[in-house]
Design a protein around this ligand. Structure first.
Ligand SMILES: [Zn+2]
Length: 258
Protein backbone atom coordinates (compact mmCIF):
# COMPACT_ATOMS: atom_id res chain seq x y z
CA UNK A 1 0.00 0.00 0.00
CA UNK A 2 1.25 3.47 -0.81
CA UNK A 3 -0.39 6.51 0.61
CA UNK A 4 0.41 10.17 0.40
CA UNK A 5 0.33 12.55 3.30
CA UNK A 6 1.10 16.24 3.37
CA UNK A 7 2.96 17.56 6.36
CA UNK A 8 5.60 20.23 6.04
CA UNK A 9 7.09 17.97 3.41
CA UNK A 10 5.47 15.57 1.00
CA UNK A 11 5.65 12.12 2.51
CA UNK A 12 5.36 8.80 0.78
CA UNK A 13 4.76 5.97 3.20
CA UNK A 14 5.40 2.38 2.27
CA UNK A 15 3.16 1.01 4.96
CA UNK A 16 3.79 -1.97 7.19
CA UNK A 17 3.28 -5.62 6.57
CA UNK A 18 1.38 -7.64 9.17
CA UNK A 19 3.30 -9.17 12.04
CA UNK A 20 5.00 -6.00 13.21
CA UNK A 21 4.88 -5.15 16.87
CA UNK A 22 2.89 -1.94 17.20
CA UNK A 23 3.80 -1.32 20.84
CA UNK A 24 6.01 1.56 19.74
CA UNK A 25 4.90 2.25 16.18
CA UNK A 26 7.04 5.33 15.70
CA UNK A 27 10.27 3.58 16.68
CA UNK A 28 10.23 0.80 14.13
CA UNK A 29 10.35 3.04 11.08
CA UNK A 30 13.27 3.88 8.83
CA UNK A 31 12.85 7.60 8.19
CA UNK A 32 14.62 9.02 5.19
CA UNK A 33 14.88 12.49 3.74
CA UNK A 34 15.37 12.75 -0.05
CA UNK A 35 16.71 9.95 -2.23
CA UNK A 36 20.11 8.55 -3.13
CA UNK A 37 19.37 9.33 -6.78
CA UNK A 38 18.89 13.01 -5.94
CA UNK A 39 22.14 13.09 -3.98
CA UNK A 40 24.00 11.40 -6.80
CA UNK A 41 23.10 14.08 -9.30
CA UNK A 42 24.15 16.90 -6.98
CA UNK A 43 21.10 17.86 -4.90
CA UNK A 44 23.35 18.73 -1.95
CA UNK A 45 21.12 21.20 -0.10
CA UNK A 46 17.98 20.30 1.79
CA UNK A 47 15.60 22.03 4.20
CA UNK A 48 15.61 19.40 6.96
CA UNK A 49 17.45 20.36 10.16
CA UNK A 50 19.11 17.90 12.49
CA UNK A 51 16.72 19.16 15.15
CA UNK A 52 13.91 17.80 12.97
CA UNK A 53 15.81 14.67 12.00
CA UNK A 54 16.43 13.63 15.61
CA UNK A 55 12.64 13.47 16.10
CA UNK A 56 12.75 10.42 13.83
CA UNK A 57 15.70 8.49 15.15
CA UNK A 58 18.82 8.13 17.25
CA UNK A 59 20.81 6.03 14.79
CA UNK A 60 21.67 6.47 11.15
CA UNK A 61 23.65 7.79 8.23
CA UNK A 62 23.65 10.76 5.92
CA UNK A 63 25.44 13.89 4.87
CA UNK A 64 25.22 17.69 5.27
CA UNK A 65 24.25 20.63 3.13
CA UNK A 66 26.95 21.34 0.58
CA UNK A 67 27.96 17.66 0.95
CA UNK A 68 30.02 18.81 3.91
CA UNK A 69 31.13 15.44 5.28
CA UNK A 70 29.71 12.11 6.39
CA UNK A 71 27.05 11.87 9.09
CA UNK A 72 26.84 9.19 11.78
CA UNK A 73 24.09 9.04 14.39
CA UNK A 74 24.76 6.68 17.27
CA UNK A 75 23.16 6.45 20.73
CA UNK A 76 21.25 9.65 20.07
CA UNK A 77 24.29 11.73 19.19
CA UNK A 78 24.84 13.07 15.68
CA UNK A 79 28.37 13.45 14.36
CA UNK A 80 29.83 15.17 11.32
CA UNK A 81 32.98 13.59 9.91
CA UNK A 82 34.59 16.46 8.06
CA UNK A 83 37.00 16.11 5.13
CA UNK A 84 39.92 15.65 7.55
CA UNK A 85 38.33 12.52 9.07
CA UNK A 86 37.61 14.27 12.38
CA UNK A 87 34.25 13.85 14.17
CA UNK A 88 32.31 16.88 15.38
CA UNK A 89 28.95 16.95 17.15
CA UNK A 90 26.21 18.39 14.94
CA UNK A 91 24.14 21.42 15.89
CA UNK A 92 20.35 21.11 15.67
CA UNK A 93 20.25 24.06 13.25
CA UNK A 94 22.50 22.31 10.69
CA UNK A 95 20.67 21.02 7.61
CA UNK A 96 20.87 17.81 5.63
CA UNK A 97 20.09 17.00 1.98
CA UNK A 98 20.05 13.22 2.56
CA UNK A 99 19.83 11.12 5.70
CA UNK A 100 18.23 7.93 7.00
CA UNK A 101 17.58 7.36 10.69
CA UNK A 102 15.63 5.08 13.01
CA UNK A 103 15.28 4.53 16.71
CA UNK A 104 17.60 1.60 17.30
CA UNK A 105 15.94 -1.23 19.19
CA UNK A 106 17.85 -4.45 19.57
CA UNK A 107 16.16 -7.38 17.85
CA UNK A 108 19.16 -9.69 17.67
CA UNK A 109 22.71 -9.72 19.01
CA UNK A 110 25.51 -12.11 18.14
CA UNK A 111 29.23 -12.25 18.81
CA UNK A 112 31.56 -12.11 15.83
CA UNK A 113 34.76 -14.02 16.40
CA UNK A 114 37.79 -14.36 14.18
CA UNK A 115 39.28 -11.74 11.91
CA UNK A 116 37.11 -10.78 8.95
CA UNK A 117 37.49 -8.38 6.05
CA UNK A 118 34.60 -6.10 5.14
CA UNK A 119 33.47 -8.54 2.45
CA UNK A 120 33.70 -11.49 4.82
CA UNK A 121 31.84 -9.50 7.44
CA UNK A 122 28.93 -8.67 5.16
CA UNK A 123 28.80 -12.30 3.98
CA UNK A 124 28.63 -13.36 7.61
CA UNK A 125 25.86 -10.84 8.29
CA UNK A 126 23.93 -12.23 5.34
CA UNK A 127 23.84 -15.59 7.10
CA UNK A 128 22.42 -14.01 10.27
CA UNK A 129 19.57 -12.04 8.73
CA UNK A 130 16.26 -13.86 8.37
CA UNK A 131 15.32 -12.29 5.02
CA UNK A 132 16.85 -9.94 2.45
CA UNK A 133 13.51 -8.30 1.73
CA UNK A 134 13.22 -5.91 4.68
CA UNK A 135 15.34 -3.14 6.19
CA UNK A 136 17.92 -3.57 8.95
CA UNK A 137 19.71 -1.07 11.10
CA UNK A 138 23.00 -2.72 12.05
CA UNK A 139 25.66 -1.77 14.58
CA UNK A 140 28.90 -3.65 15.00
CA UNK A 141 30.94 -2.77 18.05
CA UNK A 142 34.39 -4.21 18.07
CA UNK A 143 38.13 -4.08 17.68
CA UNK A 144 39.39 -3.45 14.20
CA UNK A 145 42.89 -4.30 13.10
CA UNK A 146 42.28 -2.00 10.11
CA UNK A 147 39.70 0.54 9.01
CA UNK A 148 39.75 2.59 5.82
CA UNK A 149 37.18 5.35 5.48
CA UNK A 150 36.54 8.35 3.35
CA UNK A 151 34.82 11.64 3.81
CA UNK A 152 33.85 14.32 1.31
CA UNK A 153 34.85 18.00 1.18
CA UNK A 154 32.23 20.72 1.16
CA UNK A 155 31.19 21.59 -2.39
CA UNK A 156 30.37 24.90 -4.03
CA UNK A 157 27.65 25.58 -6.57
CA UNK A 158 27.27 24.62 -9.36
CA UNK A 159 27.49 21.23 -7.67
CA UNK A 160 29.29 18.37 -9.40
CA UNK A 161 27.81 14.87 -9.43
CA UNK A 162 28.62 12.69 -6.44
CA UNK A 163 30.63 10.29 -8.56
CA UNK A 164 32.93 13.16 -9.54
CA UNK A 165 33.32 14.34 -5.95
CA UNK A 166 34.36 10.95 -4.68
CA UNK A 167 36.88 10.54 -7.48
CA UNK A 168 39.01 12.89 -5.34
CA UNK A 169 37.79 11.81 -1.93
CA UNK A 170 40.10 12.07 1.06
CA UNK A 171 40.63 8.64 2.63
CA UNK A 172 41.87 7.66 6.08
CA UNK A 173 43.39 4.49 7.45
CA UNK A 174 43.60 3.42 11.06
CA UNK A 175 45.07 0.32 12.64
CA UNK A 176 44.17 -1.34 15.93
CA UNK A 177 41.22 0.85 16.70
CA UNK A 178 38.09 0.19 18.74
CA UNK A 179 34.87 1.58 17.41
CA UNK A 180 31.48 1.02 15.88
CA UNK A 181 30.18 0.41 12.39
CA UNK A 182 26.80 2.14 12.02
CA UNK A 183 24.76 1.16 9.03
CA UNK A 184 21.83 -0.26 7.18
CA UNK A 185 21.05 -3.13 4.90
CA UNK A 186 18.39 -2.16 2.40
CA UNK A 187 16.67 -4.51 -0.05
CA UNK A 188 17.78 -4.53 -3.64
CA UNK A 189 14.45 -3.13 -4.82
CA UNK A 190 15.11 0.29 -3.22
CA UNK A 191 17.94 1.06 -5.64
CA UNK A 192 17.87 4.78 -6.45
CA UNK A 193 16.04 5.54 -3.20
CA UNK A 194 18.74 4.33 -0.81
CA UNK A 195 21.85 2.17 -1.05
CA UNK A 196 20.89 -1.39 -2.01
CA UNK A 197 22.75 -3.78 0.29
CA UNK A 198 25.10 -2.76 3.09
CA UNK A 199 26.20 0.80 3.84
CA UNK A 200 28.32 1.53 6.89
CA UNK A 201 29.96 4.52 8.50
CA UNK A 202 32.59 4.10 11.22
CA UNK A 203 33.28 6.05 14.39
CA UNK A 204 35.90 5.22 16.99
CA UNK A 205 35.10 4.63 20.66
CA UNK A 206 36.41 8.06 21.62
CA UNK A 207 34.00 9.57 19.02
CA UNK A 208 36.85 11.55 17.49
CA UNK A 209 37.25 10.16 13.95
CA UNK A 210 35.56 8.05 11.31
CA UNK A 211 33.89 8.19 7.91
CA UNK A 212 32.19 6.16 5.20
CA UNK A 213 33.64 2.65 5.34
CA UNK A 214 35.62 1.52 2.31
CA UNK A 215 37.38 -1.45 3.93
CA UNK A 216 37.97 -2.91 7.34
CA UNK A 217 39.26 -5.94 9.20
CA UNK A 218 37.22 -6.72 12.27
CA UNK A 219 39.19 -8.70 14.83
CA UNK A 220 36.21 -9.43 17.04
CA UNK A 221 33.07 -7.81 18.27
CA UNK A 222 29.32 -7.87 18.54
CA UNK A 223 26.70 -7.32 15.89
CA UNK A 224 23.29 -5.99 16.86
CA UNK A 225 20.45 -5.73 14.37
CA UNK A 226 17.12 -3.92 14.34
CA UNK A 227 14.72 -5.20 11.70
CA UNK A 228 12.19 -2.77 10.28
CA UNK A 229 9.41 -3.18 7.75
CA UNK A 230 8.48 0.46 7.37
CA UNK A 231 10.14 3.10 5.24
CA UNK A 232 8.97 6.65 5.62
CA UNK A 233 10.32 8.60 2.68
CA UNK A 234 10.04 12.34 3.26
CA UNK A 235 10.71 14.23 0.06
CA UNK A 236 12.28 17.65 0.65
CA UNK A 237 10.31 20.78 -0.07
CA UNK A 238 12.91 22.50 -2.22
CA UNK A 239 13.16 23.97 -5.69
CA UNK A 240 16.35 21.99 -6.34
CA UNK A 241 14.58 18.71 -5.62
CA UNK A 242 11.44 19.60 -7.55
CA UNK A 243 13.44 20.53 -10.65
CA UNK A 244 15.87 17.61 -10.54
CA UNK A 245 15.79 14.98 -13.29
CA UNK A 246 15.38 11.94 -11.07
CA UNK A 247 14.81 9.17 -13.56
CA UNK A 248 16.72 6.04 -12.69
CA UNK A 249 19.66 5.46 -14.97
CA UNK A 250 22.19 2.68 -15.19
CA UNK A 251 24.83 4.74 -13.45
CA UNK A 252 22.66 5.08 -10.38
CA UNK A 253 21.65 1.45 -10.51
CA UNK A 254 25.17 0.06 -10.60
CA UNK A 255 27.13 2.60 -8.54
CA UNK A 256 26.08 3.55 -5.07
CA UNK A 257 29.02 5.48 -3.72
CA UNK A 258 27.24 7.12 -0.82
ZN1 LIG B 1 28.21 6.64 3.38
Amino acid sequence: MIRLRWWTTAVVCLAAFPGVSWAQPDRDVLYQTSTLGALMIGIYDGPVTFGQLRQHGDFGLGTFNGLNGEMIALDGKFYQITADGIAHEVKDSTCTPFAAVTFFDRDHTAPIEGERSFTQLTEHLGGLLPTENVFYAIRIDGTFSYVKTRSVPKQERPYPKLVDVIANQPTFEWRDVKGTLVGFRCPDYVRGVNVAGYHFHFIDDARTKGGHVLECRLRGGTVTTDLTRELLLALPESEDFDRAALENDDEQATHHPE
